[in-house]
Ligand binder design. Structure first.
Ligand code: GRG
Length: 296
């Protein structure tokens, strides 16, 4: 199998696992279940659960039953952040993952609730990992990482600084802070949970954290580049969204060419760090490489 086929294989496995944990669309709260399921099954690259699973495998984590609830949880938290980010009060976007955004289909109130629902349900599902192992300590550590990186010292904190930085220029230091929190934090959570649940040593976990931070930073810079160079057809969401929302981005600060070079440099640093772990996961290596030139 080539890399693309292996990737499709993994995406279809992840979507099968997601499917097993989705709420049934029934009862008086049926509409919010529909909106949650619409948002999460709308597509997406599934990078976060994929990085989690690959990092778990990197350290010989074998029992998929334990990692699966966390994979579902991270994708649900990521999806909630997109649903809320697209709301009229935030970026006010109509397309996401090639489909109408959740608020465009279900209305603003239901989209807010669907986001809230995904966030809370994610934690309920992650806690199910306790049912699949006697090693409660590892699951508790995984939960602590998930809660922290999604919260005010992670993704939400980054989003706060991001919102307060619209309509005026900010410096590189503040932009780095925003990207580290609003985007890299969930990628860090993904890889750190994979490493923690598989029993990696503290020093290995530290290195994984550094790799993940680099992958997350490069991912957000590439996101900025694609916002000005891509099209809605390829990206599945509106382009020039940052300009519309008067945001300082990596591209406005350093330009497209320097941005591309930085994506390459930061990703190569991550790959070097990955090699230093002396573990072998060819797929993870190639995945990080392909993110450098990703087109969507
Ligand atoms: C609570 C009102 C309220 C808002 C919260 C926390 C938050 C909104 C937003 C998080 C910030 C955010 C959306 C960062 C963008 C990260 C990013 C690059 C997303 C795109 O990820 P991909 O490309 O998306 O992996 P797919 O669709 O492939 O899953």
């Amino acid at each position: 199998m080539n890399f693309k086929e292996e990737q499709e294989d993994r995406v279809s496995y992840i979507e099968k696992v997601l499917g097993r944990y989705l709420p049934k669309e029934e009862g008086f709260q049926k509409t919010v279940f529909e909106a949650m399921n619409y948002s999460i099954m709308a597509g997406g690259k599934r990078i976060r659960p994929m990085l989690m699973l690959e990092t778990y495998g990197l350290f010989e984590g074998r029992d998929k039953k334990v990692i699966e609830p966390f994979m579902v949880a991270i994708e649900m938290i990521h999806t909630y952040s997109l649903v809320h980010d697209d709301l009229p009060a935030l970026d006010n976007d109509d397309y996401r993952r090639g489909k109408k955004t959740t608020h465009a289909v279900y209305g603003e109130a239901m989209a807010i609730l669907a986001g809230d629902g995904l966030l809370n349900y994610a934690y309920e599902i992650a806690a199910k990992a306790f049912e699949f192992t006697d090693d409660y300590r590892k699951v508790a550590d995984g939960l602590r990482i998930l809660l922290n990186k999604a919260g005010i010292y992670g993704m939400i904190g980054g989003q706060v600084a991001d919102i307060e930085s619209t309509s005026h220029m900010i410096n590189k230091e503040k932009l780095d802070f925003i990207y580290r929190l609003k985007t890299a934090a969930l990628i860090e959570a993904s890889m750190l949970i994979g490493a923690t649940l598989s029993g990696a040593t503290p020093s290995e976990i530290k290195t994984v954290g550094e790799i993940a931070r680099d992958v997350g930073m490069a991912f957000q810079i590439q996101d900025d580049i694609l916002d000005v160079t891509s099209t809605i057809e390829v990206l599945g969401k509106q382009t020039l969204s940052d300009e519309k929302n008067h945001k300082t981005t990596y591209v406005t600060l350093v330009g497209i060419e320097q941005g591309k070079q930085d994506v390459e440099y930061i990703s190569q640093r991550a790959l070097k760090n990955l090699t230093s772990l002396n573990k072998n996961n060819e797929y993870l290596n190639t995945l990080i490489e392909t993110l450098i030139t990703r087109e969507k």
